[in-house]
Ligand binder design. Structure first.
Ligand code: NAG
Ligand code: NAG
Ligand code: NAG
Ligand code: ZN
Ligand code: ZN
Length: 601
């Protein structure tokens, strides 16, 4: 249908309509109305109207036909009989749910164009994701038009809107049953794969309940079975080891001396934490469930940095392939399949850091994991569906940026991003190490270090101004070096950001096929994604909610104050002049010592 578009919008017809197009472009630029007189409507005008009408009718016909064909395929397709004739899914099946945390529509364009440049691909080359777009999701939470990841993931896990910060609890703080818990109770094997801390908001929402996402010590305990339903997650791969280790050990970030690794082992988990142990799983053929794999103390490094230390951390794609193999082997002789949530967790962090070079690598890593899931589904004899969406957009990313008062050129420059070899987060840590070491010289020596080691080697930038170099040297906790670095590269690439936080734009929904995920075709509320997950697995999430709410041993952490808004939108409090930079939500993961206590992603 794309090929018909030129008919609908005749850009260069021979009768001078291209001039009219110019007028319209001017109007868009200047905001003035065009003045196209009725008197000019001659034969060509009516010919255009005719052409347009014909094209419209043809397009509608094609759409109606394709809808018929798609719906026909849903019932008929013998090899993938996921949905039965009464609209209920039947038979053994697997559900793979992927979350691209913080990935908005612009992230796709940015990554696609960057990859075309770096790999010398044609202009119509797309990401795998692009070929599986089925719809979009509206993301607001119960307490704000801009959601956080906790409320966003609660919409997916429980199918209900809740307040920012809620980990699968409702606005009244009562727990809501999750699709993963319901799946586990119904005999499915379950898994969580992430690149951030496994205790971070998105994975937390599938296997734990807490009044606030910051209660990561509590979340960790529930995730490995200290939970009224017992152990609900069979496979865990990701980061966030520090919340599982007692405060008597050096790597710990727990407030207490509980040893959750020991607790998990007693509960039957096979615990691994090194690259060698991961490799010994042999892509999943040697893995034994339940499996707890925590490969970083905090977050796994950004892909742009991880690829340089591939011998230490597995990639999202590798973890994905291993998880799918493990779960399909474990359910080989079962009538019931598996449910897994796989998150490209740190697309969001690149957005928070306003770091476009880090983000393109994160999105591409996610695209590869998505492709790996598709490959698995194509090969596997058990039918299954892959659904992928984001909880929200992060950064208010724009593929354009006005740098000066003069009218901007229409461009942005992926070649700038292509020259970066590390993230701003990594370079920040490197610069801090230098700053705190004995090597640190006088101001002149520091400037040389910044120009050579940080900007040139790290970002591929050799035209930094003295002001830029000095602002890096003078950066502090409120406006850290990572922000300065991200701004230096973003300006050169002419990439824009409107916030270090999230934004309220609709995000994309992708699926292995529009036919298998037909309830998600079109524009949807994020809770409908959650309801789809439960419907596809045919599990009763409400029954789990009842169980949890009647349980006396579910502790969701200290309650929030009465004044915390949970079920109505936040309102204006004159913030535009009140709040000071970074006073509340300091990003704590930046120096790699993520405790997960302060960063509200
Ligand atoms: C470690 O945890 C115990 C309680 O489990 C607590 O009494 C102690 O103060 C903690 N130690 C530190 C250094 O935080
Ligand atoms: C899928 O099948 C192809 C061809 O047999 C094989 O090369 C590939 O490794 C398989 N992939 C997965 C994920 O099983
Ligand atoms: C990328 O790096 C190369 C080699 O240092 C340099 O010649 C080129 O100008 C850089 N490109 C951009 C856009 O900065
Ligand atoms: Zn998020
Ligand atoms: Zn975030």
């Amino acid at each position: 249908m794309a090929r018909q578009e030129p008919l609908l919008v005749p850009r260069h017809s021979t009768d001078g309509s291209s001039i009219r197009n110019e007028e319209e472009e001017d109007a868009l630029l200047t905001g003035q109305r065009t003045n196209r007189g009725l008197g000019r409507r001659g034969w060509t005008f009516w010919r255009e109207v005719g052409l347009f009408t014909w094209a419209l009718v043809a397009t509608v016909a094609v759409i109606i036909l394709s809808v018929f064909i798609q719906h026909g395929a849903v019932g008929k397709h013998d090899s993938k009989p996921a949905w039965g004739p009464n609209g209920k899914p039947t038979g053994k099946r697997n559900l793979i749910f992927m979350v691209s945390d913080g990935m908005g529509p612009t992230s796709l364009e940015m990554t696609r164009s960057w990859r075309q440049l770096v790999e010398g691909l044609p202009v119509d080359d797309t990401l795998v994701l692009d070929r599986h777009l089925v719809g979009s999701s509206r993301t607001r939470s119960s307490s704000s038009l801009v959601t956080d990841s906790a409320a966003g993931a609660t919409a997916f896990s429980c199918g209900f809107k809740s307040y920012n910060g809620a980990i699968s609890v409702l606005p009244d703080h009562s727990p809501c049953g999750t699709v993963l818990e319901a799946a586990a109770l119904n005999g499915y094997k379950t898994g969580l794969v992430v690149t951030t801390r496994i205790t971070d908001a998105t994975p937390a929402c599938f296997a734990s309940h807490a009044n606030l996402r910051q209660y990561e010590d509590l979340i960790a305990a529930q995730e490995v079975g200290d939970h009224p339903l017992g152990k609900t997650v069979d496979l865990i791969l990701g980061g966030g080891r520090c919340h599982f280790l007692p405060n008597t050990t050096e790597e710990s970030c727990r407030a207490d001396d509980r040893d959750l690794v020991e607790f998990a082992k007693e509960g039957g988990y096979n615990y691994i934490h090194t690259r060698d142990e991961f490799d010994a799983l042999n892509g999943g053929t040697e893995a034994k469930l339940p499996l707890l794999g925590l490969f970083a103390k905090g977050d796994i490094p950004f892909e742009i940095d991880r690829r340089h230390v591939n011998d230490v951390y597995p990639s999202l794609e590798e973890m994905t392939r291993t998880a799918l193999k493990t779960l399909s082997e474990a359910t080989k002789d079962s009538d019931t399949g598996f449910f897994i949530m796989i998150e490209g967790s740190r697309i969001d962090h690149a957005g928070h850091g306003n770091d476009p070079a880090a983000q393109v690598h994160e999105v591409l890593a996610y695209d590869k994991a998505f492709a790996a899931v598709l490959e698995f589904l194509e090969n596997d004899s058990t039918p299954g569906v892959l659904v992928s969406t984001s909880d929200h957009e992060t950064g208010g990313l724009a593929a354009a940026r006005q740098l000066h008062k003069s009218y901007p050129e229409y461009l942005w420059l992926p070649s700038v991003l292509a020259n970066a070899s590390h993230s701003s987060e990594y370079l920040h840590a490197k610069f801090n190490a230098y700053r705190n070491s004995n090597e640190k010289g006088n101001r002149a020596a520091q400037r040389t270090y910044v120009r050579e080691e940080i900007l040139h080697k790290g970002l591929g930038i050799s035209d930094a101004t003295d002001e830029e170099v000095d602002s890096l040297i003078e950066s502090d906790a409120q406006w850290p070096a990572s922000y300065v670095l991200a701004d230096i590269i973003s300006r050169r690439a002419q990439i824009g950001w409107s916030t270090h936080g999230h934004s309220g734009v609709d995000v994309n929904i992708y699926a292995s096929s529009g036919a298998d995920a037909f309830p998600l075709v079109g524009n949807h509320e994020n809770i409908e994604v959650g309801r789809f997950l439960a419907d596809y697995l045919d599990v009763d999430v409400d029954a789990v909610t009842k169980k949890l709410q009647s349980s006396s041993n579910l502790w969701t952490g200290n309650p929030l104050g009465e004044d915390v808004r949970t079920d109505s939108l936040d309102t204006y409090h004159g913030d535009f002049k009140k709040r000071s930079i970074g006073a509340e939500n300091e990003i704590t993961h930046i120096d790699g010592r993520s405790c997960g206590c302060g960063a509200i992603h």
